[in-house]
Design a protein around this ligand. Structure first.
Ligand SMILES: Cc1ncc(COP(=O)(O)O)c(C=O)c1O
Length: 446
């Protein structure tokens, strides 16, 4: 018998697939008890391994949004009571975000639609060449490439971080660049990049650094000040705040010098039209790039998630994920034909993401099998990181299991056991259709 314990974690190295103390979810999330229909007509509790795409809402976040709804009204420029309440709340959200990521007092905090939007804004204001790695999510690749009159220089990563840093250093030394834009954690493998070292390399060569923290902020503490980050971007919906907002935090000068990202109301201090000619004076600060009515509830959700995560404590979050990661890695390692994806050989620590392939099955077949026969949701495909999947030798994609605060050892056991069943029942006729779960295995998963 194993006990369910919430806040006591064995060291990851003590985890093996056979004997593991069980751990419960670290925090309540909305929808944790949802059931999924199976192919045989029964249902089973849904096991969500798709956190890296969109994490479920923390109940604390849902509560904060419900609370904000009761006073929800127009934001900015309203004299009415609720408009003032809502405006104050919205502006306080910026300060909460700034505190959460340890931003500098004079950094600008712009609310955007999501990480993609925030990087497009960064691309819009960056006044020179950009250096990126070839392992980036498309969101941190295409906005740079699409710029008309500036270069995007792509550095190929090597199997070790040291060599990769040396390659970045060579590229920055070869020609000045305005910015190094890198992911904080890979959305395919979960590997966490050494941000402080990358920041030092960039700064040594007169470049700034932007960190795509879409897969990082929910999992690890991030500090603009101590990591030396100039710009940080992330999305609420990967931070347990799925109400459609994102953030760009960073140095004010480029943001204030650029033309507004969106032209429209709220971004302007004054507009004159005289004899058919318009003259516009634009705000500086966040308002310059936030024309139109902002997503107040999205901002409220992000701020509530920041507070909830700070309250939980990054040490517990890190321990929770490290434990589940080790349990999953150990389980997958025992299944013949399952191969993990890694960019680097140096054994970088990972957030709660495991990318892998399964011999004899396409990623879609694996994902459908897990869903149809076990009620488990994973992601399959190329995860908007086509260059990385190509470089890893998987042009047809892979499977990604990702997890977080609402995940438990039981979930990991179900996933490992389902994959083991799939691989144990490989069709001998050469076809790749997965066999269905037997009633016995299904019962074991309930
Ligand atoms: C590393 C990384 N960057 C950027 C994005 C884009 O995020 P969004 O879809 O919220 O704009 C993702 C989404 O999966 C991601 O994983």
């Amino acid at each position: 018998m194993t006990a369910v314990v919430t806040r006591s974690y064995p060291r990851s190295s003590q985890v093996d697939a056979v004997e593991t103390p069980k751990i419960a979810p670290l925090a309540p999330v909305v929808g944790a008890a949802e059931c999924a229909p199976l192919a045989d007509g029964t249902t089973v509790r849904y096991a969500n391994f798709d956190y890296a795409a969109s994490a479920p809402a923390l109940t604390a976040v849902a509560d904060a949004v419900a609370d904000a709804l009761s006073t929800y009204a127009s934001v900015h420029r309203g004299a009415g009571h609720l408009s003032q309440v809502t405006t104050r709340r919205y502006e306080e959200c910026r300060e909460t975000v700034r505190r959460f990521v340890r931003g500098r007092a004079d950094d600008t905090v712009v609310f955007t639609r999501n990480t993609t939007d925030a990087i497009n804004l960064a691309a819009h204001v960056t006044p020179g060449d950009v250096v990126v790695l070839d392992i980036e999510h498309h969101a941190n690749l295409l906005p740079w490439i699409e710029r008309k009159d500036k270069w995007t220089r792509i550095v190929e990563v090597t199997p070790t971080i040291d060599e990769t840093l040396a390659a970045v250093e060579r590229e920055l030394a070869s020609k000045p660049a305005a910015l190094l834009a890198v992911t904080g954690a890979s959305n395919v493998t979960g590997e966490v990049l050494p941000i402080s070292r990358l920041a030092s390399v960039a700064h040594r060569h007169g470049a700034r650094i932007l960190v795509d923290a879409a897969q990082l902020v929910a999992h690890r503490p991030v500090s603009l000040v101590s990591h030396g980050i100039d710009y940080l971007v992330f999305s609420g919906h990967k931070l347990y705040a799925p109400f459609g907002a994102g953030v760009l935090v960073g140095r004010a000068d480029w943001l204030d010098a650029a033309q507004p990202y969106l032209a429209g109301g709220g971004a302007t201090a004054d507009v004159d039209v005289d004899s058919g000619c318009a003259s516009v004076s634009w705000h500086t600060g966040a308002a310059r790039h936030e024309a139109g009515s902002p997503n107040v509830l999205g901002a409220v959700a992000i701020a509530a998630a920041c507070d909830a995560i700070s309250e939980l404590g990054h040490e517990w979050i890190g321990a929770h994920e490290a434990y589940l990661c080790a349990q999953l890695d150990a389980g997958l390692a025992e299944i013949e034909g399952v191969s993990p994806l890694r960019v680097f050989d140096d054994g970088l620590e990972r957030v709660g993401i495991a990318g892998f392939t399964v011999d004899g099955f396409t990623p879609r077949e694996v994902a459908e099998y897990l869903s149809d026969h076990h009620g488990i949701g994973v992601r399959d495909g190329k995860f908007c990181a086509h260059p990385l999947l190509d470089r890893l030798g998987h042009p047809d994609g892979a499977v990604r299991a990702s997890f977080g605060l609402g995940s438990s050892s039981d979930d990991v056991e179900r996933l490992v056991s389902a994959l083991r069943h799939l691989c144990d029942h490989r069709p001998s006729d050469g076809s790749v259709r997965p066999s269905t779960a037997t009633p016995d295995t299904r019962k074991a998963h309930l």
